[in-house]
Design a protein around this ligand. Structure first.
Ligand code: 5RP
Length: 290
């Protein structure tokens, strides 16, 4: 029992001051439970509302692609600069230090490789995600793929149900197929479908008319970087996406395949959180890489 000696009665009830209700800073999340909000806040900075997510999940489908041959040598040094780490469970359990204290967006579906067509991807057990204490689960959506659309929408729907039980947000990742148009109409549709089926975050690609994609999506949208670009172009892509309403980036190759990944992730961070113009960010990159 607690020590009752000198127990003081409360007296400062301030009955004349109304309880302060604070607005929540993440789009579409006001009605979610505390666990969901806490996990989302670990990803999206409470001051800027933005996030730099570092994606290095590529190996789950591509194997040891360039820049990811040795996660310990190339990715571990970048982790401190990222707001969130996106990877598969195999890389999380073997190569991400458990004392890094960064939110994890777990690649939660699996089932195909680049050697075959998309096939029957499955979603990992929610208990696995809970055990690894992840802050979000990423699930791919193949909208417009006649064979895989229904299966992947069902996967996302299922993951969102499981995530809702345990307070773990789901990020819907819109895939780009060879046959699919990369325009605002397509990405707008795919992003909206992801959110309507329960995604709490949507990851898609930047395109002309991107502000319409963001406007019509009721949850935060982050962009993938796509193939490696010259650094100034990649920083310009980030800048335009943020200007058009993106809540951040979930970028891989344009960071870890850069000539100086540590300089690049810091320059991306400045664009995303401070709105640094791409030319100034490129100067920053050049200064940091020296
Ligand atoms: C693919 C993904 C990848 O993580 C994504 O493409 C991000 O990496 P990059 O910036 O290299 O495109 O989610 O489904």
């Amino acid at each position: 029992m607690a020590d009752l000696d000198d127990l003081r009665e409360g007296s400062k009830f301030n009955t004349d001051i109304a309880v302060q209700n604070q607005a929540f800073h993440i789009k579409g999340a006001s009605h979610l439970g505390w666990g969901m909000k806490d996990r989302l806040t670990r990803i999206f900075n409470a001051k800027t509302g933005k996030a730099v997510m570092l994606a290095f999940d590529h190996g789950f489908i591509m194997g040891p692609t360039s820049g990811l041959e040795r996660i310990d040598l190339t990715i571990t040094p970048l982790m401190e600069y990222a707001d969130c780490l996106m990877c598969s469970r195999g890389i999380l359990q073997t190569s991400v230090p458990a004392n890094i204290n960064k939110p994890i967006c777990l690649r939660a579906d699996a089932g195909s490789t680049i050697l075959t067509e998309l096939n029957d991807n499955v979603v990992i057990d929610i208990e696995d995600a809970v055990r690894m204490n992840v802050s979000a689960m990423a699930v791919m959506l193949a909208i417009g793929d006649p064979k895989m659309e229904a299966k992947t929408v069902a996967n996302l729907y299922h993951a969102a149900n499981q995530g809702a039980k345990y307070g773990i947000p789901v990020m819907g990742v819109t895939a780009v197929g060879k046959e699919m148009a990369r325009d605002a109409r397509y990405f707008g549709l795919a992003s909206r479908v992801a959110a309507e089926n329960g995604a709490n975050i949507v990851k898609t690609y930047y395109c002309d008319g991107f502000s319409n994609v963001v406007a019509a999506c009721p949850v935060p949208v982050v962009i993938a970087g796509g193939k490696k670009l010259p650094e100034l172009e990649a920083l310009d892509l980030c800048y335009r996406a943020i200007n058009d309403g993106a809540a951040g980036v979930d970028m891989g190759r344009n960071v870890f395949q850069s000539e100086s990944p540590i300089a690049m992730i810091q320059a991306v961070h400045a664009v995303v959180h401070e709105g640094l113009d791409p030319h100034k960010a490129f100067e920053m990159f050049n200064d940091l890489k020296k």
